[in-house]
Every structure is written in structure tokens, then in C-alpha cells.
Design a protein. Structure first.
Length: 186
């Protein structure tokens, strides 16, 4: 099994390193050829409008939409926004990958100066310290399974093969979300 990490913009390096730490083979995804080598994909945090524009520029938007329709994909922070079916505060013309039946709100936990680290609680009882950096809020989880909460708010969800999280686990070295994602692939 090989997990790809979209590497156009954002914190792809940290995701790649974290996956290697838990024993997963990886590929940095910058082209359709790279994507074809992956059994699953992580869309990292970064700036969602920039990533969206780069997906179009590098002809990856449609291939990733097709990939996400049947293969495991996890989006963290900006990746959650891109996977969401509805986004409050999206810029006009911003392309989304979609597929995750949630409504999110961009920068809902505040701007860069309001970024923080906090302990989240996973539904299986595990707690971890993660980072919220200009984080989106899940306004409506729709039919998704709740994966994690922070102060009684849903911050990570799963819907079939798709995972989405408001936070950055890779910035604090938190590994549980990645382990859940990898175990869903096997």
C-alpha cells in the first residue's frame, strides 16, 4: 500500500514524514502519474484557494475527483475545505473536489493570530494534541460519522472512503488520525 500526499502547496512534507514514521510507503503527488501510484491520498492544510487554483493549473482537479469517488482520501484543514460539498466563505469561482457531504466554514476558528494547539478527543477514546491554524469549522456534518471532537464541536468526520479534519495533526506529531485513515485502507 502506498499513500500519496498532494504536494502542490501546504504542509505535504510533514504528512509524508508522519506516514513514514508509522511505516507507510509514500509518494508526493504533483502529477497525474504520481497520483496513479497511490492507493490513497491525503490533501494537506495550506491555503484552500491556492491549492484549488493549482489543482486546475496542474490538471489534477478532475483526476482527484475521480480518485476520491472510489479510493480513500483524507483532507486536513484546507484539505477538508476542498473535500466539502458546501463551503461558507469560499471565494467566488473556487473549485472544490467535493464528495464529503458536510458544510464547512473557512477560517472559522479565527485568522493566523488566533491559531492554537488543543487536545481533541477521538470517538474511540484516544486524545491527542493538534494544531488549529486558520481552521475551518464543520457547521453541518450531514450523514458523516463523527471521528473527533473539541469542546463538544465536531472537528473530524468520515463518510465511506473520505475523511476530513479541521485541524493539523502533522504539525504536532499526532498520529492517531493517520493510523485510523491507514487502517481504513487495509
Amino acid at each position: 500500500m502506498k499513500v500519496g500526499v498532494l504536494a502542490l502547496q501546504g504542509d505535504s512534507r510533514e504528512h509524508l514524514e508522519l506516514l513514514k514514521e508509522i511505516g507507510v510507503e509514500t509518494v508526493a503527488v504533483k502529477t497525474v502519474t504520481d497520483l496513479s501510484q497511490a492507493d490513497a491520498l491525503i490533501i494537506p492544510g495550506g491555503e484552500s484557494t491556492t491549492i484549488s487554483k493549482l489543482l486546475v493549473l496542474f490538471d489534477l482537479l478532475e483526476p482527484i475527483r475521480e480518485f476520491a469517488a472510489s479510493k480513500p482520501v483524507m483532507g486536513t484543514c484546507a484539505g477538508l475545505i476542498l473535500l466539502s460539498d458546501k463551503v461558507s466563505g469560499a471565494l467566488a469561482g473556487q473549485e472544490l473536489i467535493g464528495g464529503l457531504p458536510v458544510t464547512t466554514e473557512r477560517n472559522s476558528y479565527g485568522g493566523q493570530l488566533q491559531s492554537f494547539e488543543a487536545t481533541i478527543q477521538y470517538s474511540d477514546g484516544i486524545s491527542e494534541q493538534v494544531a488549529f491554524i486558520r481552521a475551518p469549522r464543520i457547521l453541518d456534518p450531514g450523514p458523516c460519522e463523527v471521528v473527533a471532537e473539541y469542546e463538544n464541536e465536531i472537528v473530524a468526520v468520515r463518510f465511506g472512503n473520505l475523511f476530513g479534519a479541521s485541524f493539523h495533526p502533522e504539525m504536532t506529531g499526532a498520529k492517531h488520525l493517520h493510523k485510523l485513515f491507514v487502517s481504513s485502507i487495509k
